[in-house]
Design a protein around this ligand. Structure first.
Ligand code: NAP
Length: 259
């Protein structure tokens, strides 16, 4: 059995992770942490309460893996607390500086893995892979990412990762036109790795992204929609199982998908 602690257990993603871990035969939920919800019952039929203290919960329950879906302001501290105690980390929280991740991984004891995925939905990983492939032939590209209105960071981690993958494969970098003549600030979006990203935030959305390519007389749209948070759970479980036996920083679900 892999012993799992869920950090951010009362949140939208954290509570879905709790349900997924409870439903997996090879995983055991040993602790749930969420400071603002300390002392609350985790869920109906589950006989422990939410803890407010990550370090204390780790000492008390000796988890093998911490899964973190919290907030950009909390995630680095949580990772440091877990890695210091030899606990593998599976991190879905976005908005953390990649240099911070690298320096946190450097402090991890040998045999401890810090696994981070900007998107745990298998379809989103394929969308990023197909977009990187298309950019080799169609270098004119813009990303439109759409999320619910409670999302803290913009652009999304998925959009940033997609832009980085496109930058790796694209052989030419066309000028993104229209920025110099914007009538309203931000109308042409953010420029990341020379890829234009537009962020939409609306109630009713979950997590969606369209990568739009333009070429001579044609366009190509590659789109992924997470219409429910259960879409992320097979990837999260793959991450929990995948960190066992791995070491150091691993970024992207694709690193685990092909074995
Ligand atoms: P959410 O509903 O706000 O849940 C976050 C939870 O973490 C809240 O209950 C929050 O408590 C709690 N929290 C805050 N600080 C904490 C700390 N220090 N320790 C433990 N818990 C803490 O947010 P969400 O929609 O679940 O999203 C969480 C993160 O996951 C975001 O960064 C989001 O972008 C990311 N995400 C990633 C993926 C992926 O596939 N990688 C998919 C979806 C979302 P409060 O009640 O105080 O807010």
């Amino acid at each position: 059995m892999i012993r799992v602690l869920v950090s951010g257990a009362a949140g939208r993603m954290g509570s879905a992770v709790v349900t997924a871990v409870l439903g997996a035969e090879d995983l055991s939920l040993v602790a749930a942490v969420d400071p603002a919800h300390e002392g609350q019952p985790l869920a109906e039929g589950v006989d422990f309460t939410i803890s407010g203290d990550l370090a204390g919960a780790i000492e008390a329950t000796s988890p093998d893996v911490m899964v973190d879906f919290t907030h950009p302001s909390a995630v680095a501290g949580n990772i440091a607390t877990a890695l210091d105690r030899g606990v593998h980390c599976v991190v879905g929280t976005t908005g953390i500086d990649p240099r911070m991740l690298a320096s946190l991984a450097e402090t991890a004891p040998e045999g401890t893995c810090l696994f981070v995925a900007p998107n745990f939905a298998l379809g989103a990983v394929l969308m990023m892979r197909f977009a990187a492939e298309a950019a080799r032939y169609l270098p004119h590209v813009e990303i439109i990412e759409l999320h619910h209105d409670k999302k803290a960071d913009a652009p999304s981690g998925t959009a940033l990762r997609t832009a980085a993958l496109i930058a790796e494969t694209r052989e030419s970098v066309p000028h993104a036109p229209g920025r110099e003549t914007e009538v309203a600030d931000g109308a042409r979006g953010a420029l990341v790795e020379n890829v234009t990203i537009h962020s939409v935030r609306l109630p009713g959305l979950v997590a969606h992204q369209e990568v739009l390519f333009g070429g001579q007389g044609q366009t190509l749209a590659i789109r992924h929609d997470s219409i429910d948070r259960t879409s992320f759970m097979p990837g999260v479980l793959l991450g929990i199982r995948g960190v066992i036996g791995r070491n150091g920083l691993v970024v992207g679900l694709e690193q685990l998908m092909d074995g």
